[in-house]
Design a binder for this molecule. Structure first.
Ligand SMILES: [Zn+2]
Length: 260
């Protein structure tokens, strides 16, 4: 019998049915046109079963359950956690830059007022502290990205009784960090509307991560509540100390070798 099936455009296997049996590409794939490219881009955002909006919505309404299901194998409906994290951080930086939000200046709003009332002897110390605050805020996102493997290690170590392995903790950290970054667009705009509160911005953001991870983790890490709370808080503190140590170390290097 002559095989007259159309070949798959991706791997050349004769096509039977809606998808290629060898590589999975849809049989409907055709030559690219500008319209199909734009349609694909649009679909990435709006596809209700597996698009970005679906991932963002599921992670906002029930993050713990969503991440647990992803880890169990329900993967096709969600964006890959690493892609999602990188995409959200990219969107966040776009948001900050397009609106010209100077986060570094905002976190020093309170300190700037203190500067006027401080004795000259203390002024230099306060100025240094302000420069550290500013640097941490400006580099906050990539510092956090860099440290996700470390945060995952702490959570893996402390929440071990739940049976989650290291990779599963990486998934949890990536999704929750991405989600808080995305949701923090609203508080950030509020802070810019009330700049007098700027000194609380970093702490509010930190607290948002903590609360969100505590909430999501309650479903994701199954263990008795008391044990869970203690272990989660310790993991959070270790993550915080790691972040602070790296940030201050980087700032120290900056002051010593790079600044005038
Ligand atoms: Zn194929």
């Amino acid at each position: 019998m002559v095989d007259d099936a159309k070949p798959c455009l991706n791997c050349g296997e004769p096509l039977r049915g809606a998808f290629c049996a060898a590589c999975g590409q849809a049989a409907t794939v055709q030559r690219l046109t500008t319209v199909s490219l734009v349609a694909q881009l649009f679909k990435v955002f709006t596809n209700l079963d597996r698009g970005l909006f679906h991932t963002a919505f599921a992670l906002t309404t029930h993050p713990g359950k969503t991440i647990a299901e992803y880890v169990l194998g329900r993967r096709i409906t969600l964006y890959n956690p690493i892609s999602y994290l990188l995409l959200v951080v990219g969107l966040w930086l776009l948001f900050v830059n397009l609106l010209g939000l100077d986060l570094g200046a905002m976190v020093n709003h309170t300190a700037k007022q203190m500067l006027r009332e401080t004795s000259p002897a203390l002024q230099q110390r306060l100025l240094n502290q302000m420069e550290i605050n500013r640097l941490i805020m400006v580099h906050y996102d990539w510092l956090t990205l860099l440290l996700i493997p470390v945060f995952s290690f702490w959570y893996w170590l402390l929440l071990k009784p739940s049976g989650r392995n290291y990779a599963e903790n990486l998934v949890f950290q990536s999704y929750t960090r991405a989600q808080v970054t995305l949701l923090f667009v609203v508080p950030t705009l509020l802070f810019f509307a009330f700049p007098a509160l700027g000194g609380y911005y970093s702490w509010t953001r930190l607290f948002a991560y903590f609360l969100f991870q505590l909430w999501a983790g309650r479903v994701f890490y199954t263990m008795p509540l008391g044990q869970y709370l203690i272990r989660n808080i310790i993991a959070m503190l270790l993550s915080f100390v790691t972040f602070g140590t790296l940030a201050y170390f980087a700032a120290g290097v900056y002051f010593r070798y790079l600044s005038g």
